[in-house]
Design a binder for this molecule. Sequence first.
Ligand code: SF4
Length: 375
Amino acid sequence: MKDSMLTAIETRLGLSRRSFMQFCAAMAATMGLPKGADAQIAHALVSAKRPPVIWLHFQECTGCTESMLRAEHPTLEKLILDIISLDYHETLFAAAGHQAEAARRASMAANKGKYLLVVEGAIPTKDNGIYCKVGGQTALEMVHECAADAAAIIAIGSCASWGGMPSTSPNPTGATGAPVILKDKSVVTIPGCPPNPYNFLSTVVHYLTFGKLPEVDAKGRPKFAYSRLIHENCERRPHFDAGRFAQEFGDEGHRKGYCLYKLGCKGPETYANCPSILFGDVGSGSWPVGTGHPCIGCTEQGIGFQKPIYELAELKYVLPPVGYPHIVEEQGQGMSAGSAALVAGVGGLAVGAGAMMARNLGKNKKPDDTDFGKE
Ligand code: SF4
């Protein structure tokens, strides 16, 4: 990249070249792009025309916007606001009332087929959608109007992706997500409550760099962020494999950082990259499970806000990853944690304690709950 371009970045964003290139490398890594993609991203961010963005808010808490703007990295909010032209955003707009709605329509008319539409919040459908109105229009009317000429549509957060919290039973307003309303359009969803800002930013950066939105799964989620179970990359996974569980909040196992499966952790049935890229940008980086709270499955329809915390997660499999280091020393004739888990899986013991139970069976010892949390 030319020196003059990097100098422009320094002036425009107040970022050092090193920080900017680190950011581009982080974006490339988040999206799992090959070597050299960081340079492509840097070039696109410097030279691509900022796409106009129409950002709608419906039934929600504004947490998705908050999550992005309050991210600790000082660069993030600047970058978001610099790489896009935020033409309409009800929370951040200085304008109000008819002025704001006129600005939205003017931007859409001037950028027909070129603007990005971002939807935040669920859309009520019951009684012709009268339960959410902005500027005299229902959310239903507004989302159809704005989607008609959008170049691409992103549903940010679980509410916009599939209904989220407002759609929980009994769902009095008939709340649902943007993909259900905009059936004839492709909508990229970034679920999470709130979603990780890097997943949104990476999606936009992908669009700017390659001229298209990233590859998505069957639920419209970018594969780079939602193709692995949280359970696969969780830092507490060695404890799960060894059968060490917190039994209650604040007990010895909880204080020692044991697995939170028995406290209702939904990591084994939730797809998201939280343990890999962390979440919340607190201090040196953390995420809910890292701080001792079980995953609530907020990115997963049917689990987040719907499956109670006291219900155990469905285990997709109980085998520990092949390359995972053993943390329990093999002793005498006892089975290793890995082979014990295999026995547990084959025997249909679909619980995280399978590994420990099978180990105990190998020692002719009856397993019981007192085994967990004792090492
Ligand atoms: Fe981590 Fe939850 Fe899986 Fe335990 S059950 S390893 S805390 S994701």
